[in-house]
Design a protein around this ligand. Structure first.
Ligand SMILES: [Zn+2]
Length: 461
């Protein structure tokens, strides 16, 4: 066996040898004559972009000489960053009830391959997965075995007993918290984890980190899809919350929380939680606190859309409530912007993958209505989302450059689009159709070229 100093020396020698090898010339792609949306600026700039290997090497208004490059003639089309979805569940790709009764983990895994491909083919080059065993899928995508976006996995979302992640049915729980035979598939498959008390939440956090979590997701309040925790509830004590945040920070990363109300957000802020998922019911005072703390609000705005009432799965008794919430929180998005809160796009629709895709395309359009501009929504899907992904810090699996921007040094995740998304959001798939949309996935014809990590996945030029 090697003694420690010898082992260390051996590792250093290997590292030096790897560095000393000459780099092979990276393949180049030149986008000539495009109009650039850089992810930050509310206008298109005519120019040229050179991709070298997996990154953007040059952005210029003058022609770029690159005799070795594969040339893409842009013809004045829009070149923009690949889209980012800040909150998805790739592995929850069937309805809850079916997950519990009819599916094995392998069913979810095979479905996730379809979901991943369609994300990328809709122009999404990165997603943050906020609950589900997406680690293997991420590895397969990074290895090139499966076509899909970059995945930032959280692993199982962590919830208290009777919290938003406790999906046991009424008959499953018996009367004792010690009944270990009643694990639902949600927990057995690693979609969610129930943990109570500091030692248990630490173990749950560390297990996710061991598996490769790039951030930790907790349930800090009630929700619409769980039956036994009223939406007004605050979940996890301060001790539990702060313990989770500290354990994540010890691994160089952060915590995002499912949350709706002021009481819960204030507790999360005290512990240092960075991203606030949903958040519809928070006051303007709390919005200001989030802005001051540099936090991000990541809402799926379809949750307060009047069109949600048209969901054929919606129990009729719930429809008046949906309408009322929509009216009551109609200014939620505008208030976030008014107080300078950083906002990120999320689709967060769980159900069959066709349902999720329809919801995602609707969400793109609906956001332009609630945030009043295409530019604001495009930032939420590109540069602001890229900043949020970088919060993963030492656990960021893609640390070589920023995501969500067109600039020198950024990852070459790019879309070439017919038309101008700053004026017409439908060119990146936004649509007023939702439950009435065709359930069959069809490509977005105006997305002419999709590149991720310098590799072209779709090209209809
Ligand atoms: Zn979610």
């Amino acid at each position: 066996m090697l003694r420690a100093p010898t082992l260390l020396l051996a590792i250093l020698m290997v590292a030096t040898a790897t560095q000393a090898q000459p780099e092979a010339a990276a393949p180049q792609t030149l986008f000539r004559d495009v109009r650039i949306f850089d992810g930050r600026t509310n206008e298109l700039t005519p120019g040229h972009v050179l991709v070298e290997g997996h990154r953007i090497a040059r952005v210029s208004t003058a022609p770029i000489p690159a005799p070795e490059a594969t040339v893409v003639e842009g013809g004045g089309r829009t070149l923009m960053p690949g889209l980012i979805d800040g909150h998805v569940h790739i592995m929850i790709n069937e309805h809850f009830a079916v997950v519990e009764t009819d599916l094995e983990l392998t069913d979810l895994a095979y479905n996730s391959v379809v979901v991943a491909r369609r994300f990328l083919m809709d122009g999404f080059t990165s997603v943050r997965d906020m609950g589900g065993p997406a680690f293997g899928l991420k590895r397969a995508i990074d290895a090139g075995h499966v076509v899909g976006p970059r995945v930032y996995p959280s692993g199982a979302f962590i919830s208290q007993t009777s919290g938003h992640g406790d999906f046991r049915e009424r008959g499953d729980t018996a009367y004792s918290i010690r009944d270990k035979d009643s694990l639902p598939n949600f927990e057995r498959y690693g979609i969610g984890m129930i943990a109570d008390g500091v030692p248990a939440v630490l173990a749950a956090t560390r297990l996710n980190l061991r598996l490769g979590a790039t951030q930790i997701k907790i349930m800090a309040g009630g929700g619409g899809s769980s039956r036994f925790d009223p939406i007004d509830t605050t979940q996890y004590s301060k001790e539990e919350t702060c313990a989770i945040v500290e354990a994540a920070a010890d691994w160089g990363t952060y915590v995002g929380a499912h949350v709706f109300n002021d009481r819960a957000v204030n507790r999360l802020l005290e512990c240092g939680v960075k991203t606030f998922e949903h958040g519809f019911f928070i006051s303007e005072e709390t919005m200001k606190k989030i802005a001051r703390a540099g936090g991000y609000v990541v809402p799926q705005m379809w949750g307060i859309s009047p069109d949600l009432a048209r969901n054929p799965l919606m129990p009729p008794a719930k429809i008046p409530m949906v309408r009322e919430l929509g009216e009551q929180y109609a200014d939620f998005g505008r208030n976030l912007l008014k107080h300078g809160v950083k906002v990120v796009f999320q689709s967060d629709y769980v159900g069959t993958f066709a349902d999720a895709e329809r919801a995602r395309r609707y969400e793109i359009w609906w956001r332009t209505q609630t945030f009043d501009s295409n530019f604001e929504v495009l930032k939420q899907m590109t540069s602001t989302a890229g900043e949020m992904l970088a919060l993963s810090g030492l656990r960021n699996p893609y640390p070589d450059g920023p995501l969500g921007v067109v600039e020198e040094g950024a990852y070459a995740d790019l879309l070439l689009v017919d038309g101008n998304p700053l004026e017409d959001i439908s060119v990146i798939g936004g649509t007023t159709e939702w439950f009435d949309a065709d359930p069959e996935w069809k490509p977005i014809e105006s997305l002419r070229l999709i590149m991720k990590d310098g590799v072209v996945y779709r090209n209809t030029l």
